[in-house]
Design a binder for this molecule. Structure first.
Ligand SMILES: Cc1cc2nc3c(=O)[nH]c(=O)nc-3n(C[C@H](O)[C@H](O)[C@H](O)COP(=O)(O)OP(=O)(O)OC[C@H]3O[C@@H](n4cnc5c(N)ncnc54)[C@H](O)[C@@H]3O)c2cc1C
Length: 506
């Protein structure tokens, strides 16, 4: 019997890469296949909050909020370079929710899970507090609240999980789709489609389908026995869109704006020079890769901003927008806003273990992965202790999690780096920045300069160690340089990437 892998994970979003990392660290031989680029699906399209989800308390989702708050603290410790606390300012709107309700919600939010690094919420007088300055007079005279949640570069969180999985022995194949899953008595046979249209066959003792909004499509198209879908849960696709505009206020704080329809819209400082505004929520059908912001969503987000801030925007101010599709577990709730953000691990009735992931949040990926891998091992009658709760993600082994002290140290190690560039490297790569900077004594040592502080050394690292294959992978998922660089720099990179890839393959 020659079974090639212990576990095949389908899908390279946050859940798939988190599962691959967890399983590889427990000693399983793991294959992860991703049809597109890592984080090419929902996991690069989120609001990027590592949060409990204050508003889910209103819907009584205490279990989910408690778990997510606990994860917020855990993840902050595992990747202090990538994940940072952000203060959220919530102007009080008595029309939307009574004061006591928000105060009670924040009290719960402070106490539902143990908290060491995140400070507790407080009340604000927005007519006095600096956070009131950017607000319209009718907002700025209000009482308000401030509380902390965390923010992360979602796509890079995916990459870090994949990097660690590979370091622990997992095989990661991007641009490779799982086309067929054939359950046998002792294994699964899997047909994989490569970018050049070839089909490869491999086998695994267990399978986890972590394809987010595609979970149902994969099951329907995989040629599984008809008996398979008898009690399978359903997925509900809900589109959410964001706008990026030049920054509309100064300061590190984010705002959480209550809307007349009881929804909320965030305004979050983004990539230093920008404000990220989102999100909308509407039911969606169709290919998740084709999701785009609609005129109505744009108008909704602009209205939300203009009714709160003195700085007004219109649709010409939108420099970029992105839309993602939430793969929500369908709990039969009528409204998309009320549908649960919780997840289900569905166990298929096959001779060998197979799980499909329905729903979830970026914030809860680690604990979801831990549960999924533990369940697969249980089904095989095996027990291997989980390990990811206190093992830093790549680049995250930063003393005391003190990113400022780390940056200060790196300024001494690489005094030739402009401060902006060093800060970007430190947040994106953490201690791994040494992998492509070590030995460099001046900027010229970093190879070709493509423009706008993009140097060959970083690009080679991304191609060699982070599965980037195109300029788009680099500009929009491994980083958000796409927002900062000129067209010329982007073009130079587009031309250089195939040449660098060839050189690396030679
Ligand atoms: C607008 C929006 C805002 C959000 N904001 C937040 C937030 O602030 N905080 C939070 O915690 N959560 C947030 N979420 C939720 C979170 O983003 C998702 O729950 C999470 O990213 C889902 O990850 P996933 O790995 O399940 O799916 P995905 O990231 O979509 O990954 C699935 C992958 O499977 C691949 N795939 C599909 N078919 C195949 C195949 N046949 N073979 C191989 N691979 C395949 C796809 O290419 C894709 O990369 C938000 C979601 C949205 C849409």
């Amino acid at each position: 019997m020659n079974i090639e892998y212990d576990l095949c994970v389908i899908g390279g979003g946050i859940n798939g890469t988190g599962i691959a990392r967890d399983a590889a660290g427990r000693g399983l031989s793991v294959l992860l296949v991703e049809a597109d680029d890592l984080a090419g699906g929902t996991s690069s399209m989120s609001t990027k909050l590592i949060h409990g989800g204050l508003r889910y308390l209103e819907y009584g989702q205490f279990r989910l909020v408690r778990e997510a708050l606990k994860e917020r603290e855990t993840l902050l410790g595992l990747a202090p370079h990538l994940i940072r606390p952000v203060e959220f300012v919530l102007p009080h709107d008595p029309q939307a929710r009574p004061y006591w309700m928000i105060r009670a919600g924040l009290f719960l939010y402070d106490h539902l899970a143990p908290r060491k690094k995140i400070v507790r919420s407080r009340s604000l007088d927005l007519s006095l507090a600096e956070a009131g300055w950017p607000l319209e007079a009718h907002e700025a005279t209000k009482k308000g609240f401030a509380y902390f949640d965390c923010w992360a570069d979602d796509a890079r969180l995916v990459i870090l999980n994949a990097v660690d999985a590979a370091t622990r022995g997992a095989t990661i194949l991007t641009r490779t789709a799982c086309a067929r899953i054939t359950p046998q008595e002792d294994r699964y046979e899997l047909d994989l489609r490569t970018p050049d249209g070839r089909t490869m066959r491999t086998s695994a003792s267990a399978v986890i389908n972590a394809t987010g909004p595609w979970v149902q499509d994969v099951l329907e198209n995989a040629g599984l026995p008809a008996s398979d879908d008898a009690d399978r849960p359903k997925i509900r696709l809900v589109k959410g869109s964001h706008l990026i505009v030049k920054k509309i206020y100064d300061g590190p704080q984010a705002y959480i704006l209550q809307q007349p329809d009881r929804r909320i819209v965030f305004a979050i400082p983004y990539e230093k020079d920008y404000t990220l505004i989102g999100t909308t929520e509407e039911d969606y059908s169709g290919d998740p890769r084709e999701a785009r912001i609609s005129e109505e969503e744009t108008a909704y987000l602009i209205r939300a901003v203009n009714s709160a801030f003195t700085h007004k925007i219109d649709k010409q101010d939108a420099l970029w927008s992105y839309s993602g599709v939430r793969p929500l577990f369908d709990d039969g709730e009528a409204s998309a806003t009320l549908a649960t953000r919780d997840y289900r691990l569905y166990e298929h009735q096959h001779p060998r273990p197979m799980i499909s992931v329905f729903g979830g949040k970026l914030t809860t990926y680690r604990v979801l992965a831990e549960r999924a891998v533990t369940r697969i091992l249980d089904m095989q009658g095996r027990e291997i202790a989980p390990w990811t709760a206190d093992s830093p993600l790549p680049g995250g082994r930063i003393p005391d999690g003190d990113i400022d002290a780390f940056i200060w140290q790196k300024e001494k190690d690489y005094p030739f780096l402009p401060p902006d560039m060093l800060e970007r490297y430190a947040h994106a790569y953490g201690t791994r920045m040494d992998l492509f900077l070590e030995g460099a004594a001046r900027l010229n040592d970093l190879g070709t300069h493509f423009g706008d502080q993009v140097y060959e050394a970083e690009i080679l690292y991304l191609l060699r160690c982070e599965w980037a294959q195109t300029a788009e992978d680099i500009l929009w998922r491994r980083s958000k340089l796409g927002l900062h660089v000129t067209d010329q720099t982007a073009q130079r990179l587009e031309q250089a990437v195939p040449r660098l890839m060839e050189a690396l393959a030679a």
